[in-house]
Ligand binder design. Structure first.
Ligand code: NAI
Length: 426
């Protein structure tokens, strides 16, 4: 089915901008970290003179990060990092800002998706902020002449960091990039709680079905998989985990989940949620043994975890069963239901809102202080993937705890010395 054009979808552009702004304002009320940084960025303008090029999910929470960077003095150009995750009204609200250009549009085809990334690169960014590494890849492949003037970049997600580390290992990454994904303030909250809550909420809202008593197969027991498994169990589902890494499989087993190969899980699951960042996790052999009516959803970054080419080959009919649900009917009458075209369900389903605001406040707080760090100390980092300095991550945690009114202890001098010494014992 072809997408309506952006003009049809937006209707009156002014109304769309207002609606986008309303969504951003709602989110900002629940983003104490960005609020706190916004005071500092607006008064000190630490990013003055920089151009930030971004490829991220363009929705209300990200939009508040984009505005924060613009308030900090940067010119910002942004596009989406997934063709289905853009909220056009938010994109329109951002584009109205004098220092921001947004190229993001929901439902673009592959050609337009990459053309929009090139349009952002046309602003000649000095800093890149990516979710999945598509911007870094495009700069290295097609615009290497810009690399000398790029101070550095930040990467938001696990898949992007994996790709960057592979590129770095091959000696091909030519500027410094912070692995924002890998910080405690991001991974332990966004990947675990964010993906767990938003993937399950989106699946439930998209299908109007209950979790109670369902057998939910979670593929991959990494940060995202742990969150999905825990929250599904919390809603009275029976959780089955599939893994390829023995310690993670053991961890899932010790948490009390059933662990088994996908070939066996395929026979018993009612709902399948992939969170591996890998490809071909669910394929023809699995579709062959699944029950009628199963739900197939992906929460990993790319739409390659559930092999839809295999499923299309096997299907005798394919139709939209509900908004965001495509039914594939097989020769024997079984219907396998794919959510959000196999793209990351919590962002790409029609009603998807992405992660809860509070966790994105943390992730984007880390992004903002990393961009500031690149401007202030970028020359100290060589080309390659860098861990985010721990003091920056702590700074974001401290802002959040203060906003929540949570007090906590500090080490005494004696304790600090004890923890740092080796020559003590009984
Ligand atoms: P992770 O590396 O902690 O976990 C992935 C797990 O999948 C690993 O334990 C790995 O052993 C396992 N795995 C790999 N291939 C497998 C296979 N064929 N079968 C079963 N298990 C397999 O990564 P994390 O942080 O959990 O991220 C997973 C994916 O989710 C990435 O693509 C990441 O970019 C994406 N992500 C999505 C979010 C969302 O909003 N939906 C939010 C954050 C990350």
């Amino acid at each position: 089915m072809s997408q309506p054009s952006i003009t049809d979808r937006l209707g009156d552009p002014e109304t769309a901008r207002e609606e986008g702004r309303r969504k951003m304002d709602w989110a900002m009320q629940h983003m104490p970290i960005l609020q706190s940084l916004s005071g500092e960025f607006a008064s000190e303008e630490p990013l003055d003179g920089e151009v930030v090029g971004m490829a991220m999910h363009v929705e209300a929470k990200t939009a508040n990060l984009v505005e924060l960077l613009a308030e900090g003095g940067a010119e910002v150009a942004i596009t989406g990092c997934n063709p289905l995750s853009t909220h056009d009204d938010v994109s329109a609200a951002l584009d109205a800002h004098p220092r921001i250009t947004s190229y993001a549009e929901r439902g673009v085809d592959d050609e337009q998706y990459y053309a929009d990334i090139e349009a952002v690169i046309g602003h000649e960014p000095t800093i890149t902020v990516d979710d999945g590494m598509d911007m870094v890849a495009a700069i290295h492949e097609s615009f290497p002449e810009l690399i000398d003037t790029i101070v550095g970049g930040c990467e938001e997600t696990t898949t992007g960091v994996h790709r960057l580390r592979a590129m770095d290992a091959d000696g091909e990454l030519k500027y410094p990039v912070f692995a924002v994904n890998d910080t405690p303030m991001k991974t332990l909250f966004d990947n675990v709680h964010g993906t767990g809550e938003s993937a399950l909420a989106t699946i439930a809202m998209t299908t109007n079905l209950s979790w109670a008593s369902k057998t939910v197969v979670v593929a991959g027991y990494g940060y995202c998989g742990k969150g999905v498994a825990k929250k599904a169990a919390g809603q009275n589902a029976n959780v089955v985990v599939t893994e390829v890494e023995p310690r993670r499989a053991l961890e899932a087993h010790m948490e009390g989940y059933d662990v088994m190969p996908m070939a066996d899980a395929a026979e018993v699951g009612d709902v399948f949620i992939t969170t591996t960042g890998n490809r071909d996790v669910i394929t023809r052999e699995h579709f062959e043994v699944m029950q009628d009516g199963v739900l197939l959803a992906n929460a990993g970054h790319f739409d390659v975890e559930v092999n839809l080419d295999h499923l299309s080959d096997m299907a005798v009919d394919q139709y939209e069963a509900r908004d965001g649900v495509d039914a594939y009917e097989l020769k024997d009458g079984r219907r396998l239901n794919v959510l959000a075209e196999g793209r990351l369900v919590n962002l790409a389903a029609p009603i998807a809102l992405g992660h809860p605001v509070e966790v994105m406040d943390q992730s984007f707080g880390v992004q903002a202080v990393c961009v500031r760090e690149l401007v202030e100390h970028g020359e100290e980092y060589g080309a390659g993937v860098h861990d985010v300095p721990d003091d920056l991550d702590r700074e974001v945690a401290e802002i959040k705890l203060a906003a929540e009114g949570v007090e906590y202890d500090s080490l005494t001098d004696e304790q600090a010395e004890y923890m740092d010494s080796w020559d003590h014992g009984t």
